[in-house]
Write a protein that binds this ligand. Structure first.
Ligand code: GLA
Length: 378
C-alpha cells in the first residue's frame, strides 16, 4: 500500500512524501464501558489507514482519498471546516492539535486504507490517529504525548463528527502493540498489555455487512441514558455503580435506562473476569463471558440487529467457544473465539445459513494483533 500511495502523491503533488499509518481495532470484551469510566480490552489489528504527507508551504491542507477518489482542501481556521464528512476527520485532528497549543502548517496528503468501513473496526479512529501521529512527528517534534494523541481523535469525533464516543478506539489505535491486547481503565487511562496467543483457538470476525454508522445513531442516546442514571445515583460515572445501588433507584428511572445501566454494571466486571481467565489459560470462561456480553448488548443495551443475533445463534449451534457483537453495534461484525478443530465447520455453516437467510455470505475477517500508529519506514 505504501508504494501505491506514494506514487499517487508524487503524480498529484509532484514531490516526495513521508508515510504514516495507524490501525483499526478489535475488542475482546468491554463494550460501551469506556464512556462509563469502566474497563475495555482492545487490540490494534493488521488493517490500516495509511497517509503520504508533505508540507506544502501554504496555509491550506489539500487531501486526496484514494478509496473514495475524492479531493478536498481546507484552511486551518475554525471557519474553514469542510462539508465532506470524511475530510472533517482530518480537519478535526488539525484543529484539536492547534487547540492544545500544537503547531500545524499547510500540508498535502494522499491516504488509503484496508480497514473495512462501517464494520465496527474503527476506521475513523485509525484515520484520526494516523493524522494525529503524523502532525506530532512533522510539526511538533513528537512533544505531544500519546494519551493526548488519542484524545485529539476522540475530541474530533465529539466536536466535528457528532459522535459522543469514549476513548477506546483511539487509544487502541495509538497504543496498540503487536501480539498484545490491552486492558485499559478508561477512568485513569492506566493500561496493561496482555500477550494474546490463544493456543488451539482462532479469533475470527464475521462481518454481517449491515452498515454500522454511529453518526446520528442511537449511540449518543445510549450514552445519555447512562449519564442520566449516574446523575440520579449521584456518582460521576456508572463505574461507581453496583446492582444494589441500581435496584434502589429502579422506580425513579425508566425501564429502558434501568436495562442500559444493568448491562454496563455487568460488563465492567466481565472484563476483569476475562483478564483473570486469560491468565489461567481458561478460554471456556472467556467464551462464556463473550456470550453473556452478546445477550446483554442484544436484550438490555439493544444495539444488536437481527443479522448479528443470527450469527451469534449459529456460533452457539456450532459449538463455538465465545461469540458476540463487537464495537458500537447497530451492524458490523461478530467476534468469535473458535477452537481450531471447530473452525472449518463453523465458517462453512455460518456462510451457508446466513446466505440462505439474507441473500449474501458474511465476510470472514481474520486479524493479527498488531502495532498501532507509526511512521512507515522501508
Ligand atoms: C464505538 C465507540 C467507542 C466505544 C464502542 C462501544 O466504537 O467509538 O468509544 O464506546 O463503540 O464499546
Amino acid at each position: 500500500m505504501k508504494e501505491k500511495i506514494q506514487e499517487n502523491f508524487n503524480q498529484r503533488f509532484g514531490t516526495d512524501s513521508v508515510v504514516y499509518a495507524s490501525a483499526g481495532r478489535i475488542n475482546l470484551i468491554g463494550e460501551h464501558t469506556d464512556y462509563n469510566g469502566g474497563f475495555v480490552f482492545p487490540g490494534a489489528i493488521d488493517k490500516y489507514i495509511m497517509a503520504a504527507i508533505n508540507i506544502n508551504g501554504t496555509d491550506k491542507v489539500r487531501v486526496y482519498s484514494m478509496d473514495m477518489d475524492a479531493y478536498c482542501e481546507f484552511g486551518l481556521n475554525e471557519e474553514d471546516a469542510p462539508q465532506e464528512q470524511w475530510a472533517r476527520y482530518i480537519f478535526g485532528v488539525c484543529r484539536e492539535t492547534i487547540k492544545r497549543g500544537g503547531t500545524v502548517k499547510g500540508f498535502d496528503t494522499v491516504f488509503a486504507g484496508n480497514v473495512p468501513l462501517g464494520a465496527g473496526l474503527s476506521s475513523s479512529a485509525a484515520l484520526e490517529s494516523c493524522f494525529a501521529f503524523a502532525l506530532n512527528d512533522m510539526f511538533n517534534d513528537n512533544k505531544i504525548d500519546k494519551f493526548e494523541l488519542a484524545k485529539i481523535g476522540q475530541s474530533t469525533e465529539h466536536n466535528y463528527c457528532g459522535v459522543n464516543c469514549g476513548i477506546m478506539d483511539q487509544f487502541a489505535s495509538v497504543f496498540g502493540k503487536k501480539d498484545c491486547l490491552m486492558r485499559l481503565d478508561c477512568r485513569s487511562l492506566e493500561h496493561e498489555y496482555f500477550p494474546f496467543h490463544p493456543e488451539g483457538y482462532k479469533l475470527v470476525l464475521l462481518n454481517s455487512k449491515v452498515k454500522h454508522e454511529l453518526v446520528d445513531s442511537p449511540y449518543n442516546k445510549r450514552r445519555a441514558s447512562c449519564e442520566n442514571v449516574a446523575a440520579i445515583l449521584g456518582v460521576e460515572t456508572l463505574r461507581d455503580a453496583t446492582y444494589t445501588m441500581l435496584a434502589d433507584i429502579r422506580d425513579k428511572i425508566s425501564d429502558e435506562d434501568y436495562r442500559r445501566a444493568r448491562f454496563v454494571i455487568g460488563e465492567k466486571q466481565r472484563v476483569l473476569d476475562v483478564c483473570d481467565a486469560l491468565e489461567r489459560g481458561d478460554y471456556e470462561t472467556v467464551g462464556r463471558c463473550m456470550f453473556e456480553t452478546h445477550d446483554g448488548l442484544s436484550r438490555d443495551y439493544e444495539v444488536s440487529c437481527e443479522e448479528l443475533d443470527y450469527l451469534n445463534d449459529v456460533a452457539r449451534e456450532c459449538g463455538v467457544t465465545g461469540s458476540r457483537i463487537m464495537g458500537g453495534g447497530f451492524g458490523g461484525c461478530t467476534i468469535n473465539l473458535v477452537k481450531e478443530d471447530c473452525y472449518d465447520n463453523f465458517i462453512a455453516t455460518a456462510k451457508e445459513k446466513f446466505n440462505a437467510k439474507y441473500g449474501h455470505e458474511p465476510e470472514v475477517i481474520n486479524v493479527i494483533i498488531s502495532d498501532g500508529a507509526h511512521k512507515v519506514v522501508d
